[in-house]
Design a protein around this ligand. Structure first.
Ligand code: FE
Ligand code: CA
Length: 477
C-alpha cells in the first residue's frame, strides 16, 4: 500500500493486486476485480470515516488509485484494501493543511536514486524514526538497467524495454520490505528522472539515439508502469507516451511544493558527440548550443506554469523538487569551462530564465531540492557565477542516493576548486536528506548510512545546513 500527493481534503490511496509480483501480470488472471477500500480515523480501523469499491483491471496492472473526497485537513488517517478474503496491510497517511492555514512546521525526507543491486534500502527504515509528514522522491525510483560493481542483489530481468519488463522491475523493487514500510508510513510526492525509462534520455531522444517514434513506444510502456506503481493522482494517468507529472502541493501558507519534470519536455542535450546521445562533459568554448537561450529544461509550457505558480504562491517557502543539479558547476579546475550537459549546466539559458522568474515574481524563499548525482551537495545555484549569469541566489540541497553507487570523492574534491559556490559535496555515503521547515528557517540534515551493503546499517547526520527566511545564504547549523 502507498499514499501520495496530499491535498487538504484528499490524498491518493494506492495498491496493486499482484500475488506473484515478478511473474507476468503479477500472477493475476485477466479479469476485473472489485476491491473494497476503507479509511479510518484510528490505526486499528475501528472508526471508519469512508469506504467504497474500486475496480482493479488488467489493462492497468490491477493497480488502484483511490482519491477520496471530503477528508479533514491536516490530520492523520489509516487505510486498507480488501479483495475476496485477502486484506492489505494498514497504511498511515496525512492530509495537507487547509489552503489558508498557517502551519508551524513541515518535516520531509528527500530521496533519490535507488539502484536495487547496489545496496539495501536501510535509508527508508531510518526514515520511519523521523516522524515525517512527507517523503519526496526526485527520481531514479527504479533503474531500467544493471551497472556498477559490488552488487549485493540482482535485477530480475535484462534491461527494460516493454511494459512487462518495467512492471516486473517495479515488482522487484517494491518487494523490498523497507521500501514497503516507507510507503505505508506517510504520503509521498514523486517525480521521475531518466532511469524510470532510459539512462540520460531527453524527451523523445534515447541514449542510443533510437528512432524517436520507437523510443516513444518504449517511453509509453515505462510511463504506464510508473503510473501503475506509484500513488499518483488521476490527472497523471498517462496518455500514450505523455504523462502530466509536474504539480504543486500547498501546505497552507508555510510551504508550496513545486514538483518539476525535467525529462519529458526538455530540448535535446547540448553538442552531442557525433553519433552519440546522452549527457557528456562539454567544453563550453566548443559548444555553441550552450549559448542558445531558447533551449529549455522544462519546456515552454512548464516554464510558464512554474512562473504562474511563483506569482500565485502566498507561501513563505517555495520548494522546487526536481531531478538534476541546478547549481552551476565548472568541471575544469583550469581556465577553461566544462559543463555536464545532462543537468541544468547543459541548459544555462533555462537556468537564467528561472532566476529571472524568481526575481520578477518576488516568490518567497525558493529552495531547490534535487538528486541525480549520488552525492550530498549544499550550494548556491548562482553564487560565484560568471559575468553573464544574473546576480541573486537560489539555495540548493542535493540528496545523495538511497543506494546507487557514487562517483569517487577524489573527483568531487578536484571539482570543488573551481566552484566556491559549493559549500558541501560528499559522494562517499548513501542515505537521504531530512528537511525541517518552520516559519523562520529551513534546516537540511544530510543523513548518511554507515554501509549500504548491510540491511541493518546505522546512520548519522553528516552535516546540517540552514537557510533563514528572507535570506539566500546557506550556513552551517
Ligand atoms: Fe541515479
Ligand atoms: Ca574552469
Amino acid at each position: 500500500v502507498a499514499s501520495g500527493f496530499p491535498l487538504p481534503d484528499s490524498v491518493v490511496l494506492w495498491t496493486r493486486l499482484a500475488p506473484t509480483p515478478l511473474a507476468p501480470a503479477g500472477g493475476m488472471d485477466p479479469e476485473i476485480l472489485p476491491v473494497t477500500w476503507e479509511i479510518a480515523g484510528d490505526d486499528r480501523m475501528r472508526r471508519i470515516v469512508q469506504s467504497g469499491t474500486a475496480y482493479a483491471t488488467p489493462d492497468w496492472g490491477h493497480s488502484l488509485h483511490v482519491e477520496p473526497a471530503g477528508l479533514e485537513p491536516d490530520r492523520e488517517y489509516w487505510y486498507r484494501f480488501r479483495v475476496g478474503d485477502a486484506e492489505s496491510p494498514i497504511g498511515r497517511t496525512r492530509t495537507a493543511p487547509g489552503f489558508r492555514a498557517s502551519p508551524d512546521r513541515l518535516r520531509l525526507a528527500l530521496a533519490s536514486c535507488q539502484q536495487y543491486e547496489h545496496g539495501y534500502y536501510a535509508a527508508y527504515r531510518h526514515m520511519l524514526d523521523d516522524e515525517l509528514d512527507l517523503i519526496v522522491h526526485v527520481g531514479d525510483y527504479i533503474y531500467e538497467l544493471s551497472w556498477g560493481t559490488e552488487r549485493v542483489r540482482q535485477h530480475n530481468t535484462h534491461e527494460c524495454y516493454t511494459l512487462d519488463d518495467y512492471r516486473a522491475r517495479y515488482g522487484l523493487y517494491k518487494s523490498d520490505s523497507d521500501l514497503q514500510s516507507a510507503h505505508a508510513a506517510c504520503p509521498w510526492m514523486f517525480t521521475w528522472d531518466d532511469h524510470e525509462v532510459d539512462n540520460d534520455y531527453a524527451n523523445d531522444i534515447s541514449e542510443q539515439n533510437d528512432d524517436p517514434r520507437l523510443f516513444l513506444a518504449r517511453r509509453a510502456a515505462a510511463y504506464q508502469a510508473c503510473y501503475e506503481n506509484m500513488p499518483l493522482p488521476r490527472r497523471a494517468v498517462p496518455f500514450g507516451a505523455h504523462m502530466r507529472l509536474h504539480t504543486i502541493r500547498p501546505f497552507g501558507d508555510l510551504v508550496w511544493l513545486h514538483m518539476l519534470d525535467g525529462r519529458q519536455y526538455r530540448d535535446p542535450h547540448a553538442c552531442p558527440e557525433p553519433g552519440k546521445r546522452g549527457g557528456r562533459s562539454a567544453q563550453a568554448a566548443d559548444c555553441e548550443d550552450l549559448d542558445d537561450e531558447s533551449r529549455s529544461m522544462l519546456g515552454a509550457r512548464q516554464e510558464a506554469w512554474l512562473r504562474r505558480g511563483f506569482r500565485r504562491s502566498p507561501a513563505r517557502w517555495n520548494l522546487l523538487a526536481q531531478q538534476t543539479v541546478m547549481t552551476r558547476i565548472d568541471e575544469d579546475p583550469g581556465d577553461g569551462e566544462i559543463f555536464w550537459t545532462d543537468n541544468w549546466n547543459g541548459y544555462p539559458g533555462a537556468r537564467r530564465r528561472l532566476i529571472e522568474d524568481i526575481r520578477s515574481t518576488g516568490v518567497q524563499n525558493p529552495v531547490a531540492l534535487s538528486g541525480d548525482v549520488h552525492a550530498f551537495i549544499a550550494a548556491s545555484v548562482f553564487g560565484g557565477s560568471r559575468p553573464d549569469d544574473l546576480p541573486g541566489d537560489l539555495p540548493e540541497f542535493v540528496t545523495t542516493s538511497i543506494s546507487s553507487q557514487g562517483v569517487g570523492q577524489k573527483d568531487v574534491n578536484r571539482r570543488r576548486q573551481a566552484n566556491p559556490q559549493v559549500l558541501h559535496a560528499d559522494s562517499r555515503y548513501r542515505g537521504y536528506t531530512r528537511i525541517d521547515i518552520d516559519r523562520d528557517r529551513l534546516q537540511s540534515d544530510f543523513v548518511a548510512l554507515d554501509d549500504v551493503r548491510r540491511v541493518d546499517t546505522g546512520r548519522r547526520v553528516q552535516a546540517s545546513y540552514v537557510v533563514e527566511a528572507g535570506r539566500t545564504a546557506i550556513s552551517k547549523a
